[in-house]
Design a protein around this ligand. Structure first.
Ligand code: NI
Length: 190
């Protein structure tokens, strides 16, 4: 197991759509090592999600783990560690929600992004089982942020109002209260 380096915005590989993971390789030593490294890297960087392209692996694999539900962020659902292979998203409702997002590949920055807030996620587990889950609110944003990485998209591409793109310190100083008044949750995604 090893912590891999997270590549940052400007690295061209973050902009390349990732290839579907070949399902015949699920459970291989190489696959298990990759997932193990992604988990270790997620923890080392204190993230809640990591997409394989962020460690310069161009495959459609994402890991998400949200441990703490009792933070200042409010409505975050506890989400145990899970591996999402070749995931797809379907928007269930037109309703959108805005959250301040961050990204391990864009360190030190946060930006306000509106996304569909009720989605269906279809994916393959490491055991090769097809799964389908619904996600709402902030968790729906986390999925969309992570899966965007698989298409070479960063959250900064989705910021409509660039006055709501901020360094973390200035976010805390100038935007956190405004955010609370709007009853929107705040958190860093990855
Ligand atoms: Ni990210």
């Amino acid at each position: 197991m090893a912590v891999r380096e997270v590549i940052r915005m400007g690295h061209p590989h973050l902009r390349v759509p990732a290839a579907p993971y070949p399902t015949e390789h699920l459970g291989s030593a190489e696959f298990n090592e990759l997932v193990s490294d992604m988990r270790e890297t997620l923890h080392a960087y204190s993230g809640i999600g990591l997409a394989a392209p962020q460690i310069d692996v161009g495959l459609r694999i994402v890991v998400i783990e949200i441990e703490n539900t009792s933070t200042r962020y409010g409505e975050i659902e506890h989400t145990p560690f899970e591996v999402y292979i070749n995931p797809t998203i379907t928007s269930i409702a037109d309703e959108t929600a805005g959250y301040w997002e961050g990204c391990l590949s864009v360190p030190g920055m946060m930006g306000y992004v509106e996304r569909p807030q009720h989605i269906l996620v279809d994916y393959l587990t490491p055991g090769g089982v097809d799964k389908s889950i619904e996600a709402h609110g902030f968790l729906a944003t986390v999925f969309q942020h992570e899966f965007d990485h698989l298409d070479g998209t960063l959250y900064v591409d989705r910021i409509k109002d660039l006055s709501l793109f901020s360094f973390e310190e200035e976010f805390v100083q100038f935007h956190a209260d405004i955010n609370a008044q709007d009853e929107n949750s705040v958190d860093k995604t990855d």
